[in-house]
Design a protein around this ligand. Structure first.
Ligand SMILES: NC(=O)C1=CN([C@@H]2O[C@H](COP(=O)(O)OP(=O)(O)OC[C@H]3O[C@@H](n4cnc5c(N)ncnc54)[C@H](O)[C@@H]3O)[C@@H](O)[C@H]2O)[C@@H](O)CC1
Ligand SMILES: [K+]
Length: 519
């Protein structure tokens, strides 16, 4: 896991380091520019020096652009630099670098038509977007957005004969906290950020227009010499499973827990069986499906290693849960609303590690307060956006509201607020999956860019995710870790299978994923 920051956290770290005398702002800017130039060489090793069109903005992002111009010039590039705004009003460090660059080469005042014309003719080389970074809190000036829109259209047509686009810190026009497009945001092949990636690089607000991860291309973070101590309240990016997944030689099946997956009525058992299969494959020692009597024959015909019990009602579930070995529960997939209303209170009464998904969420949407009152710290809710909207309509509405000023409300803040209200871990699914607990701890798993797993958008994939989280809790993972690791494994299994994936394939890919993790 690595830390990702909001723009306010990043500003705080920078200001504190400068105020303490540990580092000067000019040094940070120099390292930022040098970091971008180094990454251009690393990511595009076959790109010979030719023309670099450098677009500088009115703040410190533009300041980085002047450093980049100077350093690329030293490496033999022809620089064509355009400044949006008045050089006299640049902040001090940006102005210093403006002056250094102006002693080397020309600074062309921003002219919409001229830039569009240049962009039109560029069939190779580099475009460096140093217009706006973490300081952007409102839509870009209309001419900037328009110029870029025209260029983007041309680039999409050109495909191979086009320059590489490099964003300094973040593609201009994106909100670095929410990943939302203030309007007309740029996009990039490579985004080089400083110290830590920002939330907005990995969040994926869906379109139109798509934001965040969809616009950043490859995201690389470079060290600029700021203190490495984690920021208070920082968010973790889930990159690999965080806790133990292997099994030891000596442990027997009861040492890995016993997951109980509740199923619904006859003909509706597929979802629960998918969850159960995932719980077993992820390493729960035993897994039992508890179904209503009319559904038993159907399950019996389909289950082998997974055990089966008849479970008529919540009263019987309370009795069953006297057995402490049943240490993790999964309720929701295929459960049905009426059965959910009966079973969920019984499951919560037992204070077990519990995943609540699908019907075990939506059956309580009409009156969520008493439901939230029963939730506890071993519970994980796994809504998709539609289910989240039913349980937390005000938070979902804030997320969907049109954005005119920043920092815009982000999925991270929404899930944190939901977890605080529900009093348990909440995992909000999507290409960007956010996990938070009531204390404000939060993690983001981004299945975007090179991590994209588009085939996960298939029936039953959410049931598998719920089963994975349940199985991991049966094995002793905390609710938060189970949720984060389940999100990672789920996407890794999908990527390992590739195109054509259906939900049944996901659990079957886990052995390969585990082998690749070295288990
Ligand atoms: N935070 C740090 O530690 C570092 C920051 N650096 C750079 O500094 C950037 C942040 O710089 P700033 O805070 O100066 O902000 P930005 O350069 O991101 O942009 C904000 C500037 O644009 C103006 N502006 C915002 N919206 C506008 C609009 N719609 N029309 C016209 N002008 C508008 C603002 O008044 C402000 O001057 C980072 O993204 C990064 O590139 C680097 O130099 C390295 C160190
Ligand atoms: K930028």
């Amino acid at each position: 896991m690595s830390e990702i920051l909001s723009s306010a956290q990043m500003r705080g770290i920078e200001q504190q380091a400068i105020a303490s005398g540990a580092v000067a702002g000019l040094e940070l800017m120099e390292r930022a520019g040098a970091g971008v130039v180094a990454q251009i060489a690393t990511v595009f090793p076959d790109l010979p020096p030719s023309t670099a069109l450098i677009l500088c903005g009115p703040g410190n992002n533009g300041g980085d652009g002047f450093v980049i111009a100077r350093l690329l010039h030293e490496r033999g590039w022809d620089i064509d630099l355009h400044l949006l705004g008045d050089p006299a009003r640049l902040p001090p460090d940006a102005r210093s670098n403006y002056q250094r660059w102006a002693a080397i080469g020309p600074v062309t005042p921003w002219n919409d038509a001229k830039i569009e014309d240049l962009l039109d003719k560029m069939a190779s080389g580099l475009v460096v977007d140093a217009l706006f970074g973490t300081g952007l809190t409102r839509p870009m000036p209309p001419e900037t957005a328009r110029t870029w829109h025209g260029f983007a259209t041309l680039l999409h047509r050109a495909q191979n004969a086009r320059p590489q686009v490099v964003a300094v810190d973040i593609p201009s026009g994106l909100c670095s906290d929410s990943g939302r497009d203030f309007e007309g945001a740029f996009w990039a092949d490579l985004t080089v950020s400083f110290h830590r990636a920002k939330w907005g690089h990995y969040l994926a607000p869906s379109g139109p227009p798509e934001g965040g991860a969809a616009r950043c291309g490859l995201v690389v973070t470079v060290d600029i010499g700021l203190p490495q101590a984690p920021a208070p309240g920082s968010v973790q990016l889930v990159e690999r499973p965080s806790s133990f997944l292997g099994k030891t030689m000596r442990a027997h099946k009861y040492g890995h827990g016993h997951a109980l997956v509740l199923a619904g009525g006859a003909g509706k058992g597929g979802a629960a069986r998918l969850a159960a299969r995932a719980a077993l494959r992820v390493g729960a020692g035993l897994v039992t499906v508890a179904a209503s009597q009319p559904a038993i024959a159907e399950h019996a015909a389909q289950l082998t290693a997974i055990m089966l019990r008849a479970l008529p009602d919540g009263y019987t579930l309370r009795g069953m849960l006297q057995d402490e070995r049943l240490n993790a529960l999964c309720l929701g997939p295929g459960l049905g609303a009426a059965r959910a209303q009966d079973m969920v209170p019984a499951a919560l009464w037992a204070k077990r590690a519990t995943v609540l998904d699908a019907d075990a969420l939506t059956a309580f949407a009409d009156d969520p307060a008493p439901y939230f009152a029963q939730l506890h710290d071993k519970v994980v809710l796994t809504p998709h956006l539609g289910e989240f909207r039913q349980l937390f309509p005000d938070l979902a509405a804030r997320l969907a509201a049109p954005v005119s000023r920043g920092p815009a409300y982000s999925k991270i803040e929404a899930v944190r607020a939901a977890a605080a209200r529900a009093g348990c871990v909440v995992l909000l699914k999507g290409p960007d999956t956010v996990i938070a607990d009531p204390s404000g701890r939060a993690a983001l798993h981004s299945a975007t860019g090179a991590n994209a797993a588009p085939w996960l958008a298939t029936a039953g994939s959410g049931d598998v995710l719920a089963g994975l989280a349940c199985g991991l809790m049966a094995r002793g993972h905390s609710a938060f870790d189970a949720a984060a690791n389940a999100a990672w494994l789920h996407a890794a299994a999908a990527r390992a299978f590739g195109p054509g994936l259906i939900a049944e394939d996901l659990p079957e890919m886990l052995p390969q994923v585990f082998r690749e993790l070295g288990l």
